[in-house]
Design a protein around this ligand. Structure first.
Ligand code: TYD
Length: 139
């Protein structure tokens, strides 16, 4: 799991959290956030073919599970606004809202494209197998 850290600037009357582009290898092309999600709800359940993302939780607590299809999914709870995680292409991900009012902020490398989604777990496993074979053949 590739963790990222935001810069925290304490000021009189409030804190500022900063994530600058040099902390990632992709250009941010889209920013969106998800809120008004009931406590206990799990979203995601998909992977992307090409999209790169950084996930942050500026408010609340969200449990994120990343699965590379090799049988050992990793879970992290984003509850500190300074914490972020990178989600690369070919990573099955789920996000569980642990607290009402939690906000998930996403920095993404591309504009929205439904064709980039893999929404079926079996398709995801086949995608990973093909991708891994291709990468091995290049080595
Ligand atoms: P999805 O990415 O599956 O949400 P989550 O990962 O939170 O489960 O998107 C849910 C729906 O919203 C889906 O129908 C596509 C649509 N959507 C857009 O139209 N534009 C966007 O930028 C995003 C992220 C989703």
């Amino acid at each position: 799991m590739e963790r990222k850290k935001l810069q925290k600037i304490r000021t009189i009357g409030g804190d500022i959290f900063v994530f600058e582009g040099h902390r990632i290898d992709f250009q941010i092309r889209r920013v969106y956030f998800t809120k008004n999600v009931p406590e206990g709800e799990t979203r995601g359940h998909h992977a992307h073919k090409n999209l790169e993302q950084v996930l942050l939780c500026p408010h609340g607590a969200i449990q994120v599970t990343l699965d590379d299809g090799k049988g050992k999914p990793e879970t992290v709870t984003l509850k500190d606004p300074e914490e972020a995680i990178y989600v690369g292409p070919g990573t099955w991900h789920k996000m569980k809202w642990l607290e009402k009012g939690s906000v998930l902020l996403v920095l993404a490398s591309k504009e929205y494209d439904e064709d980039d989604y893999i929404r079926d777990y079996g398709d995801f496993i086949r995608f990973r197998e093909e991708r891994d074979k291709l990468l091995e053949s290049r080595e």
